[in-house]
Write a new protein. Structure first.
Length: 371
């Protein structure tokens, strides 16, 4: 049976595993499968592989190797960062991913104070509101680096400065940004950062939390002493290796990839504009490459998604975790998209594996459906 041809334009949900990443992982699945905690020499390869991966990942984000803690995904990294403060208050934003929002909600049920900064119509945090509302109860500020639905990049350095001026630790959920734009945690003043490998052509089920030296977090998993006592559990060696190779490869080509993907975006928008369809593009001009959130007037986003699916095109409405939910997403509500457009919102997220022909096909398919 021939594989059905698919145009995959949902790279913000997950990305295709890079073949070099797969090749780097294979020996640690089939040959060097030892438990890296064991003292015998057979474990040397896996132990060294973890050490090198930690070093390489740290280098890619301007951190020190001892500041990288491997986790199972972005969600786990976010949970660890948010739930680490015990009873202390948290400031976050209303457009965060549910990994942050639901972690905050569960803390609120225990009596922890959480404040949610509003955003403007392009999804930028209201910095004045944030600074005005930081009180001595708040000890952690957590603002996402780039939004998963509309792509807006936040002024991270400024936000970190505000957090520090108010004696807060600054965490950023950078799951959509790592591997796609240059990040230097030390230069940007970031104290904690969450990342996930499957968003940058690495394997699923592996991520990391960067924790700046001096920031003390209670252990997330109790058990053995892995990850310097912070996150117990036998390390996922193949995936750790894969994540490091994927991040290194993306960072080595970051500008090249960005230019290519921005070229695809431009082509796509240009094509759509030529088709006489009434739509708006959401998010600020400072977006992560490839994130194209569009709201089509008088349409239904779910209907668009399913009709595109019938044509072999994968896009998303809202975030992947929201795709069962037919209501207008919290992000689209937060940026106040007017209702006649808001219901017709879809996210097309392009990546390095997409082609110009594909984006032209997506635009023309949209035209056919809408008309
Ligand atoms: N944070 C953001 C901004 C995301 O986009 C996602 C995934 O879509 C996550 C966190 C969760 O990451 P993971 O799928 O690795 O748990």
């Amino acid at each position: 049976m021939e594989a059905r041809e698919v145009i995959y334009a949902d790279n913000a949900a997950t990305t295709k595993l890079d073949i070099d990443v797969f090749d780097a992982m294979k020996p640690f699945l089939l040959e060097d499968y030892s438990n890296p905690s064991q003292p015998y020499s057979f474990s040397r390869e896996s132990k060294n592989a973890i050490k090198n991966a930690r070093k390489s990942i740290a280098f890619c984000i301007g951190a020190d190797p001892e500041e990288i803690y491997f986790t199972s995904c972005g969600t786990e990294s976010d949970n660890w960062a948010i739930k680490s403060g015990g009873e202390s208050g948290i400031a976050t934003s209303i457009i965060e991913h549910h990994a942050i929002l639901n972690s905050c909600k569960s803390l609120e049920k225990k009596g922890v104070k959480v404040i949610y900064a509003p955003v403007n119509s392009v999804g930028e945090i209201d910095i004045t509101w944030l600074e005005k509302n930081l009180s001595s109860e708040i000890k952690l500020v957590s603002i996402m680096f780039a939004n998963n639905e509309i792509g807006t990049i936040q002024p991270i350095e400024e936000l970190a400065k505000i957090a520090h001026r108010n004696n807060c630790v600054f965490h950023t959920d950078a799951v959509q940004a790592v591997g796609h734009i240059n990040i230097n945690v030390h230069e940007m003043g970031i104290d904690m950062l969450s990342a996930s490998a499957h968003k940058f052509n690495g394997p699923k089920g592996i991520g990391f939390l960067y924790i700046k030296k001096g920031v003390i977090l209670p252990a997330f998993f109790d058990g053995g002493g892995q990850e310097r006592g912070g996150r117990a559990g036998t390390e996922n060696v193949p995936s750790i290796v894969g994540m490091a190779v994927a991040l290194q490869k993306n960072c080595d080509h970051i500008k090249q990839n960005e230019n290519y993907i921005r070229g695809l975006e431009e082509k796509f928008i240009h094509e759509l504009q030529g088709l006489n369809i009434d739509f708006i593009r959401n998010g600020s001009n400072n977006r992560i490459p490839g994130n194209v959130s569009l709201s089509f007037r008088g349409c239904n986003g779910e209907m668009l998604l399913h009709r595109l699916d019938l044509m072999g095109i994968c896009v998303s409405t809202g975030s992947a975790c929201d795709s069962e939910n037919i209501q207008i997403s919290h992000v689209i509500q937060a940026i106040n998209v007017s209702p006649e457009y808001a219901h017709g919102t879809i996210r097309i997220s392009l990546g390095i594996n997409n082609t110009e022909n594909e984006v032209i096909k997506i635009a023309r398919s949209l035209k056919r459906i809408i008309n």
